[in-house]
Design a protein around this ligand. Structure first.
Ligand SMILES: Nc1nc2c(ncn2[C@@H]2O[C@H](COP(=O)(O)OP(=O)(O)OP(=O)(O)O)[C@@H](O)[C@H]2O)c(=O)[nH]1
Ligand SMILES: [Mg+2]
Length: 422
C-alpha cells in the first residue's frame, strides 16, 4: 500500500518563504523535496514559492495564489500538489476541496511516509511505517479524502492500511494503532535479548544524512550485501556485521536508516525500536556527503535527531564521504580546516578506507586500560571470554595457572574481574 502509483505522476511543488529561512535555504529544501518526489515515483513539472509572514490559517498559502497554482497544475496535467512544509489536517482538507478530484494534495510528511511504505521490507519496518501512517491519517480522515483515494490511487493514497481501513471509523484505527504499538514493544524486547548477546563486542554504528553513502561504506568495510541506491531512504532496517579490526576483541558495525531535515515526528517515534539497536553503541561514525552544498545543514540535522534520541554524548568520528565527486580542491581544504578531526573518504572508490580503519582502531584503543589477571587452572574456561573482550599483551604460565597482561575498555576489564570472582 502506498501513496504513489507505479506510473510516474506529474507533480507541482509549492514552497512558502517564512521568516527564519533564506531564499537560498528554501531553494535547497525544494531541491531536496524534488529528490523525495523522484524517489516516490513522481516527476516535478513545475514549482512556485510565496513569501509570507505567517501561513494562511485556512489554506497555508494565500487563497489567490492557490487558485492560480491549481489552474497551472491543471493545465500541466499534474496529479500531485506537494507542499514543502507540513500543513495541518484542516489546511490540507481545505486545499484539497479547492483542488478538486483530479489533484491530490500532499505535504512533506505524507511524501516521506509514502517512500517509507515503498521501501519497507521486513515485518518490523512495515509495522513501524504502518503505525506512523495511521497516526498521520487519523486526523485527516474525511469523506472527501476517502473518496479521492478510491477514485485516484497512486501517490498520496498508498496510505496506511489504506484501502481496507479508510472506510472504517476512527475507533477502529485507534485500536489498530494500539495493536501495532504492542507488536513493536514485543519486537523491542526481542532486540534487547539480541543486544544482550552482543554485549561482549565493541559496537559501532554508521549514522548520517540520507544518501550520504552509509550503506556503501558498510559494504566496503564488512562486505555485507546491503542495498545501495541513489535514492532517499534506501535503508530502513538496521544491519549489523562483524568488522575485522586488529584491536583485540570483536567489533560489530551497524548500518542504519538515514536522517533528513524535518523528519516526521511520527516516524522518529515509530522507528525508535530500530534505532534502539544503536542506542548502546560505543562509537558513532557520522557519515556526510562532502560533495553536497548543504553539508553544514546535514550535520545540524543529524546532531539534532541524535540529541532527541539522547545520543549526543557518544564518542564519535566524523566522516566526509564522496570526496571523489568534489571538483574544487578548496572545498575539501575548507572542510579540513573546519573539521580537523574528520576523516575524508570515498567509499565508492575505496579511497581513505585504510586511514579510516586506523582511526577507528585508535578511537577504540585510546580508551583501553591495562590490567593483569591471574587465571587458576580451574578457571581456564574463562580464557575464551578474556580473549574476546581484550587484547592480550603478555601471557606467562606458572605452577598455579596463567598470568595474562591485557588491555581493554574499562567495562570489559570490569566484567572479567566480576567473572573471575565467581
Ligand atoms: N561519487 C560517490 N558516490 C557515492 C559514494 N558513496 C556512495 N555513493 C553513492 O551515493 C548513493 C547513496 O549511497 P548509499 O550507500 O545507498 O547511501 P545511504 O547513506 O546508505 O542512503 P540511505 O540508506 O538511502 O539513507 C548511491 O548512488 C551510491 O553509489 C562515494 O564515495 N562517491
Ligand atoms: Mg543506506
Amino acid at each position: 500500500m502506498s501513496f504513489v502509483s507505479d506510473k510516474r505522476e506529474n507533480a507541482f511543488v509549492v514552497g512558502v518563504l517564512l521568516p527564519g529561512i533564506t531564499p537560498r535555504q528554501l531553494d535547497d529544501q525544494i531541491l531536496e523535496l524534488s529528490a523525495l518526489i523522484d524517489t516516490a515515483g513522481g516527476k516535478v513539472l513545475s514549482q512556485t514559492t510565496q513569501s509570507r509572514k505567517t501561513p494562511d490559517p485556512a489554506t497555508y498559502i494565500g487563497k489567490g495564489k492557490l487558485t492560480t497554482i491549481i489552474g497551472q497544475a491543471d493545465e500541466l496535467q499534474c496529479s500531485l500538489l506537494v507542499f514543502n512544509d507540513d500543513i495541518s489536517p484542516t489546511q490540507i482538507n481545505n486545499i484539497q476541496k479547492k483542488a478538486g478530484e483530479k489533484i491530490k494534495v500532499l505535504d512533506r510528511t505524507g511524501l516521506i511516509l509514502d517512500i517509507f511504505t515503498k521501501h519497507a521490507r521486513t515485518k518490523e519496518a512495515k509495522t513501524q511505517v504502518e503505525l506512523a501512517q495511521l497516526e498521520y491519517l487519523l486526523p485527516r480522515l474525511t469523506r472527501q479524502w476517502t473518496h479521492l483515494e478510491r477514485q485516484m490511487g497512486g501517490i498520496g493514497t498508498r496510505a496506511g492500511a489504506g484501502e481496507t481501513q479508510i472506510e472504517v471509523d476512527r475507533r477502529l484505527i485507534r485500536t489498530q494503532i494500539s495493536r501495532l504499538k504492542k507488536q513493536l514493544k514485543g519486537i523491542e524486547k526481542q532486540r534487547e535479548v539480541q543486544s544482550h548477546n552482543r554485549e561482549k563486542a565493541y559496537r559501532i554504528a554508521l549514522v548520517g544524512y540520507t544518501n550520504a553513502g552509509k550503506s556503501t561504506l558498510m559494504k566496503r568495510l564488512t562486505g555485507a550485501d546491503v542495498l545501495i541506491q541513489d535514492q532517499l531512504f534506501a535503508t530502513l532496517d538496521t544491519t549489523t556485521r562483524k568488522l575485522e579490526l586488529n584491536v583485540g576483541g570483536s567489533v560489530l558495525l551497524s548500518d542504519t536508516v538515514g536522517f533528513i531535515r524535518k523528519l516526521p515526528h511520527n516516524l522518529v517515534a515509530s522507528f525508535r525500536s530500530t534505532l534502539g539497536e544503536i542506542k548502546n553503541v560505543d562509537i558513532l561514525l557520522k557519515v556526510f556527503d562532502a560533495s553536497s552544498e548543504n553539508v553544514q545543514e546535514h550535520i545540524d540535522t543529524v546532531n539534532q535527531v541524535l540529541s532527541e534520541m539522547e545520543m549526543e554524548e557518544k564518542t564519535e568520528l566524523l566522516l566526509f564521504n564522496k570526496i571523489d565527486a568534489i571538483k574544487n580542491e578548496d572545498i575539501i581544504k575548507g572542510l579540513q580546516s573546519r573539521f580537523n578531526e574528520a576523516v575524508f573518504i570515498s567509499a565508492a572508490e575505496n579511497n581513505g578506507i585504510d586511514t579510516l580503519k586506523e582511526r577507528i582502531s585508535e578511537t577504540i584503543t585510546s580508551k583501553f586500560q591495562k590490567d593483569a589477571f591471574h587465571i587458576n587452572f580451574n578457571q581456564t574456561k574463562y580464557l575464551d571470554t578474556i580473549y574476546a573482550l581484550t587484547k592480550v599483551l603478555k601471557k606467562k604460565s606458572d605452577f598455579e595457572g596463567i598470568l595474562l597482561e591485557v588491555e581493554g575498555t574499562a567495562e570489559s576489564l570490569d566484567k572479567i574481574r566480576q567473572m573471575l570472582k565467581q
